[in-house]
Design a protein around this ligand. Structure first.
Ligand code: ARG
Length: 569
């Protein structure tokens, strides 16, 4: 596909003696189509050229020439140069590219040779995998897929919370009352009960608390009994988490959780000590960050045990060395903004190349709110994700029973729609916004929702099925698609890859989610305005090919968000 923007940048840069790349950055896509397909704000050059924007625009207009005949016209409007691409040129470029790349449409090699580490999901062992982890899992998974599609080498890490003093308590509780609980059957619920009970006992009995501390120490030192119990808790928990990952169809390249770093933290402590950065404070060991206007980063607690932060620092060392990352991304709720600011600051002292310490990125997201109020991600009001996903499926099942009881593959379809609805709802807004969790909104087949997008996709398929064929591109007469509704779709498809690039640069899957809704809505208008199965074969072929193209892009885009498309619904 010709990159029109690049061609324009090239031509302008020849005339103003500025690098093409810089001009490229300035070129906009006007929100009002009447202002052209691309627009160059000449005031960006006013300082450099010491001329008024309007004059620059007039001069440029005289001097730029496009070899290829893809440019329809160039206009000067109040200091802007507006470019209008030949509609046919758009159609030709887009449809040729669709034909050549099919399900690889939009793919790029821009990321080749670059390594991206994404740390996401990361539930805590022996605690519920609750709705707060949903966002990390879903956002991280979408970013993972988009980066991969753009050619990056991506490493997805599930940094499980499988370490910490609470395991000393769990071990003690299990030793005391293990037989009373069926942890094989229902690991998370039962372990949570044990944890609550032992915590209460600790408050009453100092010696029990002491035993718990010892257990954790023993676990760190590799005591066989403690390690065996810890392993059991971890395995049982993972088995339960896996049910959620299976429903969401999310997988990871690495399951190295916090415990993985238990023997790798000493190096962090040593480096900080050697640099005289480790200071005692109220019995703990800290790195003072007051110069950066932050509270201190605690490296060792009063009782000598290491912290969440220390494990993250060890993980940065490990990831730099083992993955040689160009970027390391962390997807968690905004509650952890300070934590990541602190460890990214301390990481600068760990003798790592700047290539690594400059490219640590926290990707925070907002809370999930039930219509009834806040849903904490840390405690209280815990809704289990597995239950929630199953409820989504059963709600869709009911809708199908009402609307289309004879649908084949009902179970499979309900799953795709139900899970898709939850994922889409999670990705539709800028991630930092709090998310409202409301069944009626996310399952509305006419709203800006996953089911709506899936419905439009299914529409494209049923149209092609009704016609009985997908036309060959050679048979498509591009002039049949010059009407407004068709062109709008062509231009949207043209901007698909650009949408993916933007979503990746900003770590914002919502940019893709909104694009897909936009494309769906435009197809819906196209379809309402134009009959597709018609007498005129040339017209029908062109419209069918457009229909096929829309379906293709919707499916590619949905899959990048982690959503499966049903074939019928
Ligand atoms: N387990 C943590 C939690 O549930 C999230 C871990 C995020 N990743 C990291 N490297 N700190 O809050």
């Amino acid at each position: 596909m010709i990159d029109f923007k690049e061609q324009i940048a090239k031509e302008i840069s020849k005339n103003v003696n500025l690098p093409k790349e810089e001009i490229y950055e300035y070129i906009e896509v006007p929100s009002d189509e009447k202002m052209g397909d691309f627009s160059f704000p000449c005031f960006k050059l006013a300082k450099e050229l010491k001329k008024a924007p309007q004059m620059i625009a007039e001069d440029l207009k005289q001097n730029i020439h496009f070899k290829e005949d893809f440019m329809q016209k160039v206009d000067v409007v109040s200091g802007y140069l507006n470019f209008y691409i030949q509609p046919q040129e758009y159609i030709k470029n887009v449809l040729n590219k669709i034909d050549a790349s099919k399900e690889n449409f939009g793919k790029s090699t821009i990321g080749n040779g670059k390594n991206i580490v994404i740390d996401y999901s990361a539930p805590n062992i022996a605690k519920p995998f609750h709705i707060g982890h949903l966002r990390s899992t879903v956002i991280g998974n979408a970013i993972y897929k988009i980066y991969k599609f753009l050619g990056y080498n991506v490493i997805g890490i599930n940094h499980l919370g499988d370490y910490g003093t609470q395991f000393g308590k769990l071990i003690e509780g299990y030793k005391l009352w293990g037989k009373e609980y069926n942890i094989e059957e229902n690991p998370i619920d039962e372990l949570t009960k044990i944890y609550v009970r032992i915590n209460n006992l600790c408050k009453e009995d100092e010696t029990v608390l002491e035993n718990c501390r010892n257990n954790f120490k023993k676990l760190e030192d590799g005591d066989p009994e403690c390690v065996e119990l810890w392993t059991k808790f971890r395995e049982l928990s993972l088995k339960e988490f896996q049910k959620v990952y299976d429903l969401l169809q999310v997988s990871f390249d690495s399951w190295n959780g916090e415990a993985f770093y238990s023997d790798k933290m000493q190096e962090v402590v040593d480096i900080l000590k050697e640099k005289n950065l480790l200071k005692p404070s109220e019995g703990a060991m800290i790195v003072d960050l007051s110069e950066k206007d932050m509270p201190p980063c605690i490296i060792e607690k009063t009782n000598g045990s290491t912290t969440y932060a220390t494990r993250d620092l060890a993980a940065i060392l490990y990831r730099a060395r083992n993955y040689d990352f160009d970027k390391a991304l962390y997807v968690t709720s905004y509650e952890q903004i300070l934590h990541f600011k602190q460890i990214f600051e301390v990481a600068k002292y760990l003798n790592l190349n700047e290539k690594y310490t400059q490219n640590l990125v926290h990707i925070p997201f907002g809370m999930i709110q039930l219509k009834s109020g806040k849903m904490s991600t840390r405690e209280g009001n815990v809704i289990k994700l597995e239950d929630l996903l199953n409820e989504a499926i059963s709600r869709v099942n009911k809708i199908i029973d009402e609307k289309n009881p004879d649908l084949e593959n009902k179970e499979e379809t309900a799953k795709k729609i139900g899970i898709g609805a939850v994922i889409f709802n999670d990705l539709y807004n800028s991630r930092i916004k709090d998310e409202i969790f409301d069944w009626d909104t996310m399952l509305n087949f006419n709203g800006e929702t996953g089911p709506y997008m899936q419905y439009i996709y299914v529409r494209t398929r049923s149209l092609l099925e009704k016609a009985g064929y997908i036309p060959k591109l050679e048979e498509v007469d591009f002039t049949q698609l010059l009407d407004e509704a068709s062109l709008k779709i062509i231009k949207l498809i043209y901007s698909f890859q650009d949408t993916l690039l933007q979503a990746s640069e900003k770590y914002e899957p919502y940019i893709l989610a909104r694009y897909l809704i936009h494309l769906s809505q435009n197809f819906s208008s196209f379809y309402n305005e134009n009959k597709i199965i018609v007498e005129n074969k040339a017209l029908q072929d062109a419209r069918l090919y457009l229909t096929y193209s829309v379906g293709l892009v919707l499916k590619i885009g949905a899959e990048l968000l982690g959503i499966q498309m049903p074939n019928k619904m």
